[in-house]
Design a binder for this molecule. Structure first.
Ligand code: SF4
Length: 300
């Protein structure tokens, strides 16, 4: 006789149908940065350093350490000729200048999409914008880098329409975005700026298409699934954003980093299971989680 209570979730009749996003694994920028670091490790016998972790994924960081690629938070101990890699987020210009002044062998793995946004900040200033607004997170490393490409005091970071109110704007105002921002947030800010009198807005779309597609596909899958697993480092901002967007449409959206975090409770009663990943998650971890989900479901 069954010990199940009425309130228990239904038993799993069959394994869930697994729907995996086609945008899992590293994004182009992260893939490129890791490739550049590995190529440098192949060319140089000394340790290769990256300024900050090249990727927000502890498993990949550990793998790279074994290959002689280590993250450092400062470079004042490094000697001239040692290799230092700029990660895909980019860095503030004065920091890069100091690296070169120290005689380090600098490898710039800034994602080309981030580099384009950096250059546009400088270009807008040269073309006469008295204020340049960046839609983004004020303390994100990419945003700190972007700010440095404009004149001091003329670049402002905004996250919402409310952040525009205290700003004194006049004449030409430039607008760009952190590459991983949501297009909807940028549209709201642009619409508000366009209603302001006495300014001309010059906008450049710097949102990364890959991030856009990944987020849109994740939301689509979250809507179509009973539960969705969002795989990525707990300290990864883009995975956290992906998770919150999935959770907005599906309360059973779980952010996990590794297969051993997957529990039977996450899968109980699930007919369709969605699977998505952040931009810095290796596809191998996603595959491992898919296998673990199948094993757990077989036992439910
Ligand atoms: S998310 Fe987009 S902008 Fe950021 S590193 Fe990846 S490809 Fe580049």
């Amino acid at each position: 006789m069954s010990n199940r209570r009425r309130s228990d979730p239904p038993r799993q009749a069959t394994a869930p149908c697994l729907k995996c996003s086609k945008y899992v694994g590293f994004c182009f920028g992260v893939q490129r940065a890791i490739k550049l670091a590995r190529e440098a490790a192949g060319r140089h016998s000394a340790a290769i350093r990256t300024l900050g972790p090249i990727i927000h994924n502890p498993q990949v960081i550990a793998e790279l350490r074994r290959e002689g690629i280590r993250a450092v938070n400062r470079f004042t101990n490094l000697k001239p000729g040692e290799v230092l890699i700029i990660r895909s987020h980019g860095i503030p210009r004065p920091v890069e200048d100091r690296m070169h002044a120290r005689g380090l062998l600098v490898i710039d793995a800034t994602c080309p999409f981030v580099k384009k946004a950096q250059n546009l900040v400088g270009q807008l200033a040269r073309e006469g914008c008295g204020s340049i607004l960046i839609v983004g997170e004020p303390h994100h490393p990419e945003v700190e880098g972007l700010i440095s490409y404009g004149p001091p005091g003329q670049v402002h970071v905004v996250q919402s329409v409310g952040d525009l109110k205290p700003l004194k704007l006049a004449g030409q105002v430039g607008l760009v975005a952190q590459t991983t921002q949501s297009p909807a947030a940028c549209r709201r800010i642009l619409a508000s700026l366009r209603r302001r009198k006495g300014i001309t807005v010059r906008v450049h779309d710097t949102i990364c298409r890959e991030t856009n597609r990944r987020q849109a596909d994740a939301v689509r899958l979250a809507r179509q699934s009973d539960a969705i697993l969002v795989v990525g480092g707990k300290n990864s901002a883009n995975t956290a954003r992906l998770h919150s967007r999935c959770q907005a449409v599906n309360p059973r959206a779980y952010h996990i980093e590794q297969a051993d975090e997957l529990t039977p409770e996450m899968l109980r009663g699930v007919g369709t299971l969605g699977l998505v990943s952040g931009a810095s998650t290796p596809a191998s971890i996603v595959r491992e989680i898919a296998r673990k989900a199948e094993v757990l479901c077989a036992g439910l």
